[in-house]
Design a protein around this ligand. Sequence first.
Ligand code: MLT
Length: 279
Amino acid sequence: MQRVAVGQETLSVEIQGSGPPLLLVHGFPLDHTMWKHQIEELADQFQVIAPDLRGFGASALAEPHDLSDEPGPSGQAVSAITMEQYADELVGMLDALRIDQPVAFCGLSMGGYIGWQFLMRHADRLGRLIMCDTKVVADSPQVKQVRMETAERVLHEGPGFLAEVMRDRLFSPTSLRDKPTAVEATQQVIRDTNPRAIAAALYGMAERPDMRDRLPSIDLPSLLIGGELDVISPAEEMRGIAQSMPNAKFIPIPQAGHMALERPQEVNSAIREFLSDWV
Ligand code: MLT
């Protein structure tokens, strides 16, 4: 892992291979290791850049910058990190790494929410867009409420319960049965995550803008990938996003849940084929 100074923060990033830059942005509340198979296999063709977002994995949450003046209901002051902030920090990281040519941005779920904001704010840094298991609708009041309660509970209890809750939401029944090692590794990442980073991301996701109206004007070549059994961002919703974009296609991944990466061969083939006219 490299350590890269971005303003007041330091991000950790794994970089493998050489070639056109492929930026892999992880979901919530995970880290870059969820891209293990993409990093290992796609580095033969691409410069694969897989950061840990601020506060996740090996990237620290620089406490003074994340504290608001007002403590939250738990008494522990944590302010939101917005999708826009994460996107800007990724651009700061690319700048620090002197990667100035457009990247293929590949984000999963929260990584996709960040991708929409990356596109809105830094379109000149993007050559292709790959969105895995993500959404364009903003949170409903009910979903926001659940996020607030979850943040509160994580700050009080730590992330152990979240690792249990997310297990069945992230993986398909097939993966839960056949890939216990990968499932356990993912749960361990959640257990090891800083509760304050989890809360900051939950607050940030709750604030994210609704992107539905923007879709018809996004003409960047885009690939949408979704697990057919995803219960968080259903495949039909992903298909609808692709249909609303003028230059996008949707590839469903059979037997996969929210972590479409459960099926690395299918996902990697889809990425390679999609990027074949770009490289
Ligand atoms: C993720 O996988 O990044 C999250 O489940 C997204 C969300 O909570 O909306």
